[in-house]
Design a protein around this ligand. Structure first.
Ligand code: FES
Length: 111
């Protein structure tokens, strides 16, 4: 659930804003920033829950190393939100525990 943002991105007339959805809440964010930066700007404090303790987790390194930023993006689980740029209309959800293997994650030719 988005709360007060930890930081904000300065507004500029040259930056185009796009709309993404996090846990059914719409957030306006600058085009081209990472999903993690967009969610932090939107006030998200928890991106996933630990598979061991169910404790809330959030981005730590912001450069693809720690895997603390995993979220579900457009139905695809376990996406590193710090490495993926936002796109208009993206649907993002918290990663709850271990991701389930699904057809989307396995690709179409996994028989
Ligand atoms: S924040 Fe560390 S991998 Fe994304």
């Amino acid at each position: 659930m988005p709360t007060d943002a930890l930081f904000s991105i300065p507004k500029s007339p040259n930056v185009r804003l796009i709309t993404i959805t996090f846990e059914d809440a719409k957030i306006m964010v600058p085009e081209g920033i990472s999903v993690a930066a967009a969610l932090l700007t939107g006030g998200a404090r928890s991106f996933r829950s630990s598979i061991v303790s169910d404790a809330p987790r959030a981005p730590y390194c912001m450069m693809g190393v720690c895997f603390e930023c995993l979220v579900e993006i457009d139905g695809m689980p376990a996406r590193q939100s710090c490495l993926i740029p936002v796109r208009e209309g993206m649907q993002i959800k918290r990663q709850q525990g271990a991701p389930a293997l699904c057809d989307a994650a396995m690709g179409d030719d996994h028989d």
